[in-house]
Design a protein around this ligand. Structure first.
Ligand code: GDP
Length: 425
């Protein structure tokens, strides 16, 4: 079997976690290659319901090795919290099934403060950060002002390194933001608690992956967020601070030589977006409230109500292209069952012209949606397991989306549970 990446095509929250949980049956290794604990993957299986933030979604399968690659924002404190939640529900976590790259940079305690302080300074111009410290973390990573997880094995050098970083960061905290400085004792507490707990999992995951590749093991790469939040290809500056692209998976995972043959792009049957920034297809009022309730669209990390809209063909086609998706998983089709007419944003209107290519970020704010309607199917589809069992109008909707985005829809998800899936041949 080939290597596979599961990526988000849109704004995130498409249901990637649910797809990874399903697909891990066929894979030996699952790697998270970017992002941090700032978004959530919801997984429902025999152990219960979980909102995973940093842990790879393969953690629930016996025999699957889960890796946090060098590209992730490794926050020891939130990782330990998440590990405890999973262990409490009876899922075993050992250095054999959870490995952390020694080359992953650590999100330091002040990154969260920096996030909070900057959003507060921006006030009504804020980006809508989840305040998990992700943007300050990646800024510092690229300035080489953070530490690697592997440094935990060199305590003396690590303390010296952290001391000099703290002195540097305290200048910004106190002089720019007027906040309290960090002390050596605070760093010591952080090292002795969260860092000690993750240390047994830290190793050379690059060597592990190279060996796995040589042995012909199947590797699944799990992304966070979606194409439109990619640092380089997304809706700048309302993006995340990492690359959410399948093309980044080999770099961020620790296996730069990996070839990824299958890219499963996850698309929700309608659109949602958390935080600020242009969202051309956005619905408002009662229509939006109904869809939000039907899909239970509240952030897995923050509980924030998500902005909602119809499926956006223009944005989705762009997402499919930049991810080089080889097939699509269309999720939450069941949520649309209550609608008599199903809206789809088929084009944008910009400066009086119809456009089908996703506009430059600045022009998005001036774009308007062109919405067409499809007849609904008027019946619950959550127990359908075969393509032929879907009502004709549901099949028509799926086939229309498939044609417009130019990529085969192989999976149609009709519920959050592991087996609520239709696989098309
Ligand atoms: P991710 O970050 O891409 O993994 O997505 P989230 O976990 O934030 O959001 C997806 C949500 O939709 C979760 O609550 C899932 O349990 C749920 N979900 C996924 N697929 C389906 C589906 O086909 N139908 C329904 N009703 N819920 C789904």
């Amino acid at each position: 079997m080939a290597n596979c990446a599961i990526v988000g095509i849109n704004w995130g929250d498409e249901g990637k976690g649910r797809m990874v949980d399903l697909m891990t049956e066929n894979y030996d290794v699952v790697v998270r290659f970017q992002g941090g604990g700032n978004a959530g993957h919801t997984v429902i299986n025999e152990h219960g319901k979980f909102a995973l933030h940093l842990l790879p979604s393969g953690i629930f399968r016996d025999g699957v090795v889960n890796i946090l690659g060098n590209g992730v924002a490794l926050d020891p404190e939130s990782l330990v919290r998440e590990m405890n939640e999973v262990v409490e529900k009876g899922v075993p976590l050992t250095p054999d099934n959870l490995k952390i790259s020694e080359r992953a940079s650590l999100l330091l305690p002040w990154h969260r403060d920096m996030d909070e302080l900057e959003e507060r300074r921006l006030a009504d111009k804020k980006y809508g950060s989840t305040k998990q410290g992700i943007a300050p973390f990646y800024s510092d990573k690229y300035q080489k002002k953070t530490v690697l997880a592997g440094e935990l094995f060199y305590p003396e050098e690590l303390r010296n390194h952290l001391r000099s970083l703290m002195e540097w960061k305290n200048l910004t905290l106190t002089k720019v933001y007027g906040a309290e400085p960090y002390t050596e004792q605070m760093i010591e507490d952080w090292l002795n608690n969260a860092c000690e707990k993750i240390k047994p999992h830290v190793c050379d995951t690059g060597a592990f992956l190279k060996k796995a590749q040589k042995e012909g093991k199947n590797i699944l790469f799990e992304a966070q967020l979606g194409s439109l939040r990619d640092l380089d290809y997304g809706i700048h500056p309302y993006t995340t601070s990492s690359n959410t692209m399948a093309a980044y998976a080999p770099i961020g995972s620790g296996l730069p030589s990996a070839k990824i043959e299958d890219v499963i792009g996850v698309v929700k049957a309608y659109s949602t977006c958390v935080g600020e920034g242009p969202f051309v297809c956005e619905m408002f009022g009662e229509e939006a409230d109904k869809l939000r309730e039907a899909g239970f669209e509240y952030g897995a990390k923050t509980g924030r109500p998500r902005r909602v809209g119809p499926l956006d063909i223009v944005a989705t086609r762009y997402g499919v292209e930049v991810q080089a998706a080889t097939c699509i998983a269309l999720t939450k089709l069941d949520v649309l069952s209550y609608m008599d007419r199903i809206p789809v944003c088929t084009h944008y209107k910009l400066n009086g012209q119809i456009v089908d290519d996703f506009p430059f970020p600045v022009a998005l704010a001036k774009s308007e949606p062109v919405v067409e309607y499809f007849d609904g199917w008027g019946t619950d589809i959550s127990s359908c397991r075969k393509w032929e069992e879907l009502p004709e109008n549901a099949r028509k909707y799926v086939l229309f989306v498939e044609k417009e985005i130019g990529c085969p829809i192989k999976y149609v998800s009709v519920g959050p549970e592991r087996d609520s899936i239709i696989v098309r041949d």
